[in-house]
Design a protein around this ligand. Sequence first.
Ligand code: FES
Ligand SMILES: [Fe+2]
Length: 387
Amino acid sequence: MTLTRIQRAAQVAGKSLAGRDTPFIFNEWYVAALSREVSREPLARTILGKTLVFYRKQDGGPVALSNRCAHRSFPLDKGTLVGDHLVCGYHGMRYNELGEVIEVPSQASCGGISIRHYPLVEMGPVIWIWMGQPEQADPATIPEMPMLEDGWVTSEDYMDLKANYVYLHENLLDLTHLSFLHANTFGTPDYARADFDVQISDTRMWLKRYVMPTRLPPVWAKPTRLEGKDAARITTSDFVSPALHIVHAEFYDLALAESERPDQRIKTAHIPTPSTATETHYFVVHGRNFALEEGDVTDFMHQQLMAAFQEDVVGLQQQEILMAAEMDDNYFEISVKSDAASVAMRRYIKRRANEEQGLITTDAPASSTAPTAPAAPATVGNIPVPV
Ligand code: FES
Ligand SMILES: [Fe+2]
């Protein structure tokens, strides 16, 4: 097959974007697990291609070690937790929480044997992990999750996504898809055509969409009591880091003056932690600042949201299956105006990954690849941003 000029240019532009073949970024804090998942029962989980074992010490503190026994690669999660120590289930080497072998049953000394342990920080409903260079692990750089502040009600969940994490970030940065992929849950037909603004900095990308007047879907209309009313639905997609995306939304009755509107906002943390190139741990922490005393609202919203997010999981898996089958020399993708933020995000992730690999490459000159540029430029304030 011969590509057209436009398709060839799109293919060249695509080489500067992160995708399923891009190496992981290690020097970031990622969410390793929900707090409730880590217990006195060892838990095995693959993160950034490394298999780890998690458990809690007797004082409740979480521990993460490499899951591979230094002796003969037996998985340590199949061993036994004794006090604060993990005893390998094959020949009985005993590890402390720092990954140091403190007993070898067949000999008197341990000879300085150890495996890697990983720094963890437990914050609210999640446990963060540092997989990068140990000397760079600084808890002060853990990204904030503002829905965990006082006065907000939250719920959390986990999904096993059979797709690369970059495409989940991309999904979240352009909610055009609400009108189509979520047509039967929390999308509305007017969503895709609503006005939006884009903001892009070196490390952060936002897309803010103004859907008004609109009729809210049940997940928002019921708890805000805006059923049947002309409402505003203003949503910001915020790429915070390779490990965290936060969706902010506010809802109000357009018939009310600004001073009369109740403050009704939600913030949802979408937390993609890469497992392998084609699998992602997809954590969600959702919060709201209204209907605070109504426990049934928490259950209702949670159930409705997770049903919608499951549509993303299915859609992204279908995308992954197709890419795995057809990503050959003729592969290309055409970007449009609403991809401005996600294209910037994919360039950023690719740059970060290349920097860690020591392979900084020269990006293709996007301005000369017109086919992937939007009809009108995205803007940061009033500054045009090439896509
Ligand atoms: S494989 Fe773990 S002690 Fe031998
Ligand atoms: Fe979605």
